[in-house]
Write a protein that binds this ligand. Sequence first.
Ligand SMILES: *Cc1c(COP(=O)(O)O)cnc(C)c1O
Length: 416
Amino acid sequence: MNRRGSEELSERMREITPGGVSSPVRGFLPNPIFMDRGKGCMIWDVDGNEYTDLCMAYGPLILGHSPDEVVSAVSEQLTKGTVFGAPSVPEYSLIESIVKKVPCADMARLANSGAEATMHAIRLARMFTSKDRIVKIRGGFHGAHDAVLVNRDGAGYPGVPNGVAGNTAQVPFNDAPAMEKALSKNDVAAVIIEPVQGNIGLIPPEKGYLESVRKIARESDAVLIFDEVITGFRLSPGGAQEKFGVTPDLATYGKIIGGGYPIGAIAGKRKIMENIAPAGAAYMAGTFAGNPISAAAGTATLEKMSSDDNYKRLDEIALNLVRRIRDSVEDRRADASVVCEGSMFQIFFGADPPKNDEEAGKADGKRYDSFFRSMLDHGVYLPPSRFEVNFVSLAHGSAIDAAAEAFDACLKRSAL
Ligand SMILES: *Cc1c(COP(=O)(O)O)cnc(C)c1O
C-alpha cells in the first residue's frame, strides 16, 4: 500500500502540533494515517487506500460512519442554527431520551465531552457528600483532567498537583475486598468505575462484582459513578447498568449520545442532580453545552438504535466476527485470547482473558503492534493500541467475511 500522502502530512503536522496528532492515542509508528472519508464500516485514507474500520473513532459510531439518519438530522439543524446560548428542542429531546432509557437517570445534564462529564460528576459528588477523596479503578480511564490522571503507582501525571492526586486512591478491578478496604473509613466522596473496563483492553466485570461495589459504596455513603462513556447506549439501551442490573447513583456519558459529534452528559438520581447550578450550588457550565448539532445527531442515533431489535442485531454481528477470530486463533495455534462484551472485543496475545489491569499488561505488546501493522496491510484498521478495544457497528454486517479473513491471515503470520 502506498501511504506517501500520510507520511508527508505527518511530517509537516509534527512541526506544527505536538507529536503530530490532536490526541496521543492516535500516534503510532512509523506515522499515523490521515483519513479522508468514511461511510458505514469503511474508511478511506488520503492516498485512496480502503480499510474496514474496527477502531470506529474509539466508540461513538454505533451506526457506522455518516449514517443517513444522522446526516439528515444534522443537515436540518445546520440550516436552523448551530448554537444559541439558550435552550433548544434538540437538547430537550436528547435529555428526554437519556432520562427515559437509563435506569439511574431521574435527570441528566449535557456537557461537551466525556472528560467534562466525569470532572463535573466528581465535583458534584464531593459537594453532595462534603468529602474530598475519590476511588478509581487502576487502568480505568475517565478523560484528561487532573482528578483522574494518576499513574499505576498512585502519583499524579506530570503537572498534576500532589494535593489533587493525593485525593485519588486506586484499587484493582474485580477485587471487592480491595474496594471495601479503600472505603472503610467512610471518607470517600465517590467511586468512579467503568462497569466494563474499555481503556485497558477489554475487561468485563466478574459475576457479582458490580453488585458488591454498589453495596460497599452505599454502606460508606460514597456516590457510585458508573462511567458509561463507552458502554452507555452500546451494551443495551440502558447501558451497562441495565445489562448487569446494577444501578449507580450517577452515570457519565459521551461518545454514542453525540452521534459522532462532541458531547458529554451526567445522569443520575434527582436528589444529587438537583445540586447542579443553577438549581443548586455545584457549578457546571459551557458555551457549547447541549449544542443543537450534537444533540440532533445523538437523538437520531438513539432513535435508530431503539428500533427493530437493533441491539440484538449489533451483538450478533460482533459475536459472528468474534467466533470466527476465535476459530482462527485455535486453527493457527496463535496463543491469544479474544474477549468480547456485546459489540466490543479485544485480542490479547500470549495471555488468558485478564481480570484486571495488571493481567492485561502482561499481554504481548510487540506482537500486538506487528499484528496491527499487518492488519493495516490487509485492509483492516484496528485500534493502534492494545489497550483500546475494537468496536463493531450496525453497519459491519457486510464486512464480517473480509475482516475475519484478514484476522485469519494475520494470525497465521503472527503464530510463526
Ligand atoms: C472516551 C472516554 C472518556 C473521555 O471522553 P472524551 O469525550 O474523550 O473526553 C471518559 N471515560 C471513558 C470510559 C471513555 O472511554
